[in-house]
Design a protein around this ligand. Structure first.
Ligand code: ATP
Ligand code: MG
Length: 433
């Protein structure tokens, strides 16, 4: 028998209780660490639920990325219960419970967001959100999509479906709870999340949830670039990069994060370069090959960078200096939208600098071997391959040369270096004549 409780904030939503006998979610697919935490909370007299992506993905028979737990225990009470526990976060105070090598995130129920505007900035953005709730009914109302508001109760293995999320899971629909405009104003990152879940699960975005996105996409400029960096990683490194990109462009979201890249996309060569890189990333993920998240950043920003370069050829400066200056300028501009940490920018610049060394420098044996020994040679060579695959014929001859060199190098032969004359010097030679 299913019980229902009416929601006090979203009148259309009804909390439905689904007993264990009426659903198929099995404990066996929950990580032991998450189960340990759930049981421990419960045995200490607290309510404890699995919620969010863990429940959603288990119902869909997918492997969850992580298991999020929610409880009526307050953070200090959680901390007292677990030996290895740290409280983290400013916007949300959360407990990170360490179980062997796993970290399980445990949050306290939150209260529905105060409609009086307490905790909001002028434009409706929630800046503080640490008012605790006392029940699933309270907590569920702050969550984003119906499919993310299903709770698994460890005390009797039943489910609480807050907003008909089970039906949306069956029908493949991403639907925000409540008024979409208000919900996006509260947290514009939900626009990116809508696109991400749609790309990841192959679900459609409900028309009412999709309708305001284009108009509100500019609100992303209110989000700290560091938070957007985390979102970008999730959008592009979890096996659905090509879909994320397509959907982001459909809803004008890509230009909010990478405006300089977006401006280059009318050029079919540029577009194809990105497309190939995204497809490659997804293929690697599918084959469980390692993914270098920095690679796509290098791809995205290569487009505006390489466009700028020819304009910047200044007498007296060498190509490395020109590239260095152009990198610094572009990265500084881009960081205003999405933070790119230093550990990434260093690598990106290596990949870009190596493009010049792979294609523009006169090759001698010593130089070639030193390029080969560069720690990021492989990434740079893959990058060059991608450029050619995307149709950049100007560097096809260079790639051919490297392919041949590498295959001979592997066999232990050392070729005499009859490299094609590099393009820029070819140009220079012509003009010298
Ligand atoms: P995955 O972990 O697979 O990326 P997820 O749904 O678990 O997906 P998380 O970012 O781990 O995503 O968030 C856990 C849960 O917290 C979500 O399912 C949702 O219920 C809630 N949540 C997260 N971010 C927001 C947000 N910006 N607004 C409202 N609720 C959110
Ligand atoms: Mg999660």
């Amino acid at each position: 028998m299913r019980d229902t409780i009416k929601s006090n904030i979203f009148p259309n939503h009804i909390l439905t209780h689904i007993p264990r006998s009426e659903h198929k979610l099995s404990r066996h697919n929950i990580s032991q660490a998450a189960l340990d935490v759930l049981y421990h909370l419960n045995q200490a007299g607290y309510q404890a639920f699995l919620v969010g992506g863990g429940v959603r993905d288990l119902i869909l028979e997918r492997v969850p990325k992580d298991f999020d737990i929610v409880t009526n225990a307050h953070p200090e009470q959680i901390k007292r219960l677990f030996k290895r526990c740290r409280l983290i976060g400013r916007r949300f105070l959360l407990a990170h419970v360490h179980v062997k090598s796993e970290i399980i995130e445990v949050a306290t129920f939150r209260a529905p967001h105060d409609q009086s505007g307490h905790g909001s900035s002028k434009n409706g953005l929630i800046v503080r959100d640490n008012v605790y709730g006392s029940s699933v009914n309270d907590d569920a109302q702050r969550r984003d999509f119906t499919i993310n508001a299903i709770y698994y109760d460890i005390s009797d293995f039943s489910l609480f479906d807050y907003a008909n999320g089970m039906a949306d899971l069956r029908q493949g629909v991403i639907r925000l709870m409540g008024d979409p405009v208000l919900r996006y104003q509260e947290d514009p990152v939900r626009m990116l999340r809508a696109v991400r879940f749609s790309a990841k699960l192959g679900f459609s975005i409900h028309p009412e949830t999709a309708a305001p996105i284009r108009q509100l996409s500019g609100l992303l400029s209110n989000i700290p670039p560091a938070r957007l960096f985390e979102e970008v990683l999730k959008l592009f490194n979890t096996g659905h990069a090509a879909q994320s990109f397509e959907q982001m462009r459909t809803y004008d979201l890509f230009e909010q994060l990478f405006p300089y890249t977006e401006r280059c996309l009318a050029d079919p060569l540029a577009f194809s370069f990105i497309q190939q890189a995204l497809d490659n990333t997804d293929k690697r993920k599918k084959n469980q090959d390692t993914i270098m998240p920095v690679f796509l950043f290098a791809v995205f920003l290569w487009l505006p960078l390489s466009r700028e370069l020819p304009k910047k050829i200044v007498k007296g400066l060498n190509q490395q200096e020109i590239l260095f200056n152009a990198c610094q300028q572009l990265l500084a501009k881009q960081q205003k939208y999405v933070t790119i940490p230093r550990r990434f920018t260093v690598l990106m610049q290596d990949i870009w600098f190596l493009q010049i060394r792979l294609t523009h420098l006169r090759r001698g044996k010593k130089k070639t071997l030193s390029i080969l020994e560069h720690p990021n040679f492989r990434a740079a060579y893959d990058f060059l391959k991608l450029r050619v695959k995307a149709g950049d014929e100007a560097v096809a001859e260079d790639l051919e040369w490297w392919d041949k060199f590498l295959s001979q190098h592997k066999k232990g032969h050392h070729t005499e270096f009859s490299a094609p004359t590099p393009k820029w010097s070819r140009r220079r030679q012509k003009s010298d004549r």
